[in-house]
Structures are given as structure tokens and as C-alpha cells.
Design a protein around this ligand. Sequence first.
Ligand SMILES: NC(=O)c1ccc[n+]([C@@H]2O[C@H](COP(=O)([O-])OP(=O)(O)OC[C@H]3O[C@@H](n4cnc5c(N)ncnc54)[C@H](OP(=O)(O)O)[C@@H]3O)[C@@H](O)[C@H]2O)c1
Length: 214
Amino acid sequence: MQTVLILGASGAVGQQLLAQALIHPGVAHVVAPTRRPLPAHPLLHNPIVDFAALPESATWWRADAVLCALGTTRKQAGSAAAFYRVDHDYVLAAARLAHAAGTPTFVLNSSLGADEKSYGWYLKTKGETERDLSALGFASLTWVRPSLLDAGTRADFRLGEEVGLWLNRYLGGLLPRAWRAVAVADVAKAMLDAALAPVPGIRVIASSEIAGSQ
Ligand SMILES: NC(=O)c1ccc[n+]([C@@H]2O[C@H](COP(=O)([O-])OP(=O)(O)OC[C@H]3O[C@@H](n4cnc5c(N)ncnc54)[C@H](OP(=O)(O)O)[C@@H]3O)[C@@H](O)[C@H]2O)c1
């Protein structure tokens, strides 16, 4: 029975991660630090934190695995620098503390096309986050790299996502598998499966390998 630490548990993928972890027979305890309270659950510890000043001495950093679905959009964050602070710096800060506390496994919700050499700021950020997580010394790392996320309805309107989902709906099977939208529940399942059966080194789960995307 494992303890999992979820980052971004209030988000579209994170809510699925949380719901699936809380009913998984292999999970005894879930820790989910967020900036706003989550609904209470007997298996859930939900510290309220400021990701810009994470509590370094908290004992809950020691888990069996971290599942990270933390992230923002440039529009929400207000600038590319603020986006980078969340999608790279906050992820790295939490990962450093979890690793220092002895957590051996980290699973990242990254992105299709993540590449530190990308000319696009989004994919470059995702690639740099993967690169810098690799240097921390986790025994097991997994990059789950989904294409467009199908999150159902969101509280905020995301034009690019809506257009992409519309194209997915109408072009359907004409799109290459790797580009088809993936349901957030399927991304969460791929992440949880990877966390609960860690393999040494770095494993990449491509969008086309996420169940339900084919
Ligand atoms: N959208 C796509 O098509 C797509 C495709 C591939 C990969 N991805 C990546 O997948 C990941 C998860 O996406 P998602 O759609 O599930 O994200 P989401 O719904 O926007 O949720 C993001 C999570 O990060 C937290 N967060 C954002 N800014 C924060 C801040 N400043 N301080 C603390 N917490 C903060 C949010 O907390 P609050 O609830 O408090 O805001 C929420 O828990 C992201 O990294 C995204 O880049 C997205």
C-alpha cells in the first residue's frame, strides 16, 4: 500500500488523479498540497501551501511517488515568465523537497513535443522541466506526454484548446494517433499506473500509448 503525493490536484488532470488514487486498492494515503482547500476525504491530507514558499520541513514530502499535474497557461499567469515560474520553478521546487525527503519516484504530466531545444516557449518549458527533474536523482522518472487534453468543460475559456478539440471531434480518425486529444481521466490513469509500478530510470509514455487515445 503506497502513499502518493499529488501536485495540482485541483486541476483537470489533478482532480482525476485524486479521484482515482483515493479509490485505488494499492493506495493507502494521498497527500495533495494545494493553494485552495480540496473536499475532505479520510485518506487525504491537504496542506494549504504557497508554492512560492513551500514548507521545507514538512514530513509529508516523504511519499512513495509524486504525481505532478501542476501547470498554468500564459493567459492565466499573465506573462511567459510567470508561466515558467509555475510550470518549471514550482515543479522543481516541490520535486527537490520530495527527493530530499526520500521519495524515489516522480511522474510528470508533460506534453507531446516537450523539448528543451524547441523554438516554442511552451514546449521548451516542458522540455527544460523534464531536463532539470532528470538531474535531481530520482530512482524512477516518468514523462507522460499527452497531446491536447479533453477536459470536458473548464471554468476558464481556452481558445486554442477549444479549436483543437473541435478539429478532433470533426476530423476524428483522420488525425494521426499521436495528435488525437486524450481524456484527462486516461492521462491520470497512465500517470497513476506508472507511479504504482515504477521502473528504474526515465520512462516516456507517448500520447498514442495513453489508453483511450486510439
Ligand atoms: N491543455 C492541454 O491541452 C495540455 C496538453 C498537454 C499537456 N498539458 C499540461 O498538463 C498539465 C495539467 O493540465 P490541466 O489542464 O490539468 O491544468 P489545470 O486544469 O489548469 O490545473 C492546473 C493545476 O495547477 C495549479 N496551479 C496553477 N497555477 C498555480 C499557482 N500559481 N500556484 C499553485 N498552484 C497552481 C492549479 O491550482 P488552482 O486550482 O489553485 O488554480 C491546478 O491544480 C499542465 O502542466 C499542462 O501544461 C496540457
